[in-house]
Design a protein around this ligand. Structure first.
Ligand code: MF3
Ligand code: CO
Length: 255
């Protein structure tokens, strides 16, 4: 497979898909309250994009059963919404995407349920910072490994680990396009600074670091989806869909 370069007209549609994704994601994150069931979020995720002429993209993707992913505390990604009740002090990662006029948006945020510990707040801040550190390296002429290395350095220099077995991805008419975007320079899926594909105007990328307090290792639940830290330590996840331009990277998943 090859990296698909988008025209300006296609980027304009992805900007709309991104805006709708970010708008609904903001509704979702601001709905999070202690005592809420995670499957209440799925109802919002299903319904809200219709107001904008969009549909949620996750349901049915490789058999995934819901319209968003809700991953609590030591869950990293791909948590399936269910009857679980969110408790004060939990942190919850919400991953969400829509399809609008054939184009995809994909974004994630981790938020606090009520009042959380200082260590949880710090983890969320560092993960969001790692995403931003990656995005600012995503400009024309740079290489993909420069993005990976920046994410890793930001998180590791602050004492955190970066998940190695899951990556970001190109995005467009499909949720997952080439290239894979590692958040680390280590492991088989890693990419060193100064290596990897050269970034070009019109590339659209979903960058999505997953950062842990403990080890980077993961395991998957018997449901085949929920990914959690192997050591049970807390994890956070931030994701944005961006476009490579002639200048600064453009964050498409913003309201
Ligand atoms: N949004 C996730 C990603 O960033 C994918 C969700 S998997 C799904 O790649 F099956 F839930 F759609
Ligand atoms: Co993604």
């Amino acid at each position: 497979m090859a990296i698909i370069i988008k025209t300006d007209a296609e980027i304009a549609l992805m900007r709309e898909a991104g805006r709708i994704t970010a708008t609904v994601l903001e509704i979702l994150t601001s709905s999070v309250k202690p005592g809420m069931r995670t499957d209440e979020l799925d109802i919002i995720a299903e319904k809200e994009p219709k107001r904008f002429g969009a549909i949620p993209s996750f349901k049915g993707y490789r058999g995934y059963p819901a319209s968003l992913c809700v991953s609590v505390n030591e869950e990293i990604v791909h948590g399936i919404p269910d009857k679980r009740i969110l408790l004060e002090g939990d942190i919850v990662s919400i991953d969400y995407g829509v399809i609008y006029k054939g184009f995809q948006g994909d974004a994630a945020r981790t938020v606090a349920v009520g009042k959380v510990s200082a260590q949880s707040r710090k983890l969320m801040e560092v993960t969001e910072g790692a995403l931003k550190a990656g995005i600012i390296k995503a400009y024309k002429g740079n290489r993909l490994g420069d993005v990976s290395a920046a994410i890793e350095e930001y998180a590791e220099s602050r004492g955190y680990t970066v998940v190695r077995e899951y990556t970001g991805h190109g995005i467009g008419r499909n949720m997952h396009e080439d290239p894979q975007i590692p958040n680390t320079t280590k492991s088989l899926l890693g990419m060193m600074r100064g290596t990897g594909p050269v970034l070009k105007k019109g590339m659209t990328l979903a960058i999505e670091p997953m950062v842990n307090i403990g080890g980077w290792e993961t395991k998957v639940d018997s449901n085949g989806w929920t990914v959690r830290t192997r050591d049970g330590s807390l994890s956070a996840h931030f994701e944005d869909t961006i476009a490579i331009t002639d200048g600064e990277p453009e964050v498409l998943t913003s309201v």
